[in-house]
Design a protein around this ligand. Structure first.
Ligand code: C2O
Ligand code: CU
Length: 432
């Protein structure tokens, strides 16, 4: 049915010879000096899970829980995860979303590894050199598997923290059977004056809107990367792209703080048990503009001449897919697997322009490399350098981004609305 190598929708094994011998790209096998080895076994299996919010769902899980086991590490640790597929007939892999792992660990089924079939195993190993908030998920039949629960969180703490947060919460949001669930508990205590960090992770295929009421805060990091001198924000909403992450920080006031998701308050942080505050109506709050947020700092990539430039025009309609006309989500008029690869060489400065000609939002995601946002609709990024791995290209928008080709391999480049990727909106970036 037109599925092939790298298809998030599931497909046959990759047979064509890869331009890059992926198995060579495995990276270090030991922790950095002073680091430790963090080992996990994740068993992919079906389970009926009772959600924090109430209802039970028939899920596909890692280890029987939703989300799967949280993976945490300190910079310099070696993360070693054995994936075992107990009973997922469709097959599974693990992709480390936003984490620049060596290519052989990237989990792109049919491209960097064979899918792990029922009864099979695969070991992922990579050094946690980047601090920040990330997540993992299956990268095979993921429009089914991620939605049903094959995902979890990955948080890497810096080796040295200027001021460690007293309360540090990892908060993945996911929709199960139409119910939006923010995992991580609805009630938390933090003494007044202490530092609180909230790590928001959007594991859905559509954007979510967050608002923090009761205190000014900073957006300390976007997609795992710290922003430069982020300023205080108050009474603004945050729009979080599918797949994206925002880390919010604030000093706990003497009164409760609430985090609302899509307009409803879902999480309270209180200075003392029983402290109450009225729920604020956040519906009229404007959206924070990350293009102008934070402070500019020297970032050579903002002006570096590009060695390669690609344009991706996103649309949908009738397209040639695998030699036959089909209705598809398209890039430059074609659907996966008929979209030509993007070829780069190590060391290239690469720019790409993403144009959305459709009426839907496309959260664009490149594996293996964070990209620097240069402009949106011609409006340049003038705040902190904004490094992202997933960016929402709304209908009619034009995004310009750049990155340095410094992680050799074969990398998927696709829409992170996973049904869209399944319907064709996906290509490969390859080092030649
Ligand atoms: Cu989070 Cu290719 O995916
Ligand atoms: Cu899309």
């Amino acid at each position: 049915t037109g599925a092939e190598a790298g298809d998030l929708g599931g497909g046959r094994a990759h047979t064509s010879r890869s331009a890059v011998p992926v198995t060579d790209l495995t990276g270090p096998a030991t922790p950095a000096p002073g680091g430790m080895r963090r080992t996990h076994t994740l068993v992919a299996r079906k389970a009926t899970v009772r959600l924090e919010a109430g209802p039970s769902v028939d899920a596909w899980t890692f280890g029987g829980t939703l989300p799967g086991p949280p993976i945490t590490a300190t910079q310099g640790d070696l993360i070693e995860v054995e994936l075992a597929n107990h009973d997922i007939d469709e097959g599974v892999t693990l992709h480390w979303h936003g984490y620049d792992v060596p290519c052989a660990n990237d989990g792109a089924a049919g491209v960097t590894q064979e899918v792990v079939a029922r009864g099979g195993r695969f070991v992922y190993r990579f050094r946690a050199d980047q601090a920040g908030t990330y997540w993992y998920h299956t990268h095979h039949a993921s429009h089914l598997g991620v939605r049903r629960g094959l995902y979890g969180t990955l948080v890497v703490k810096p080796r040295q923290e200027a001021r460690p947060a007293g309360l540090d919460l990892t908060l993945p949001v996911h929709t199960f059977d139409g119910a939006v669930v923010l995992s991580g508990g609805a009630e938390h205590l933090a003494p007044a004056g202490s530092l609180v960090r909230l790590r928001l992770i959007n594991t859905d295929s559509d954007p979510h809107r967050f608002a923090l009421a009761g205190t000014p805060f900073t957006v300390a990091a976007v997609d795992g990367r710290d922003l430069h001198q982020p300023g205080q924000v108050s009474r603004k909403t945050l729009r979080l792209a599918a797949g994206g992450r925002h880390d919010l920080e604030f000093v706990m006031p003497g009164t409760p703080v609430s985090l609302s998701l899509d307009g409803g308050a879902t999480l309270w942080v209180r200075p003392a048990a029983g402290a109450t505050a009225a729920t604020e109506d956040v519906s009229g709050w404007p959206e924070l503009d990350l293009l102008t947020y934070g402070t500019a700092t020297r970032e050579p990539l903002r002006t570096a001449p590009a060695g390669r430039h690609f344009t991706l025009v996103l649309d949908r309609g009738l397209a040639m897919v695998d030699g036959a006309p089909a209705y598809a989500q398209t890039v430059n008029g074609r659907g996966h697997p008929s979209i030509p690869h993007q070829l780069v060489a190590e060391g290239d400065v690469v720019r790409f322009t993403v144009v959305n000609r459709s009426l839907e939002t496309h959260p664009w995601h490149l594996h293996g490399h964070p990209v620097l946002v240069l402009s949106v609709d011609g409006r340049p990024s003038t705040g902190s350098p904004l490094w992202v791995d997933t960016f929402d290209v709304r209908p009619g928008e034009v995004w310009e981004v750049a990155f340095r080709a410094a992680n050799p391999g074969v990398w998927m480049n696709h829409c992170h609305n996973l049904p869209h990727a399944h319907q064709g909106m996906m290509l490969q970036l390859r080092y030649d």
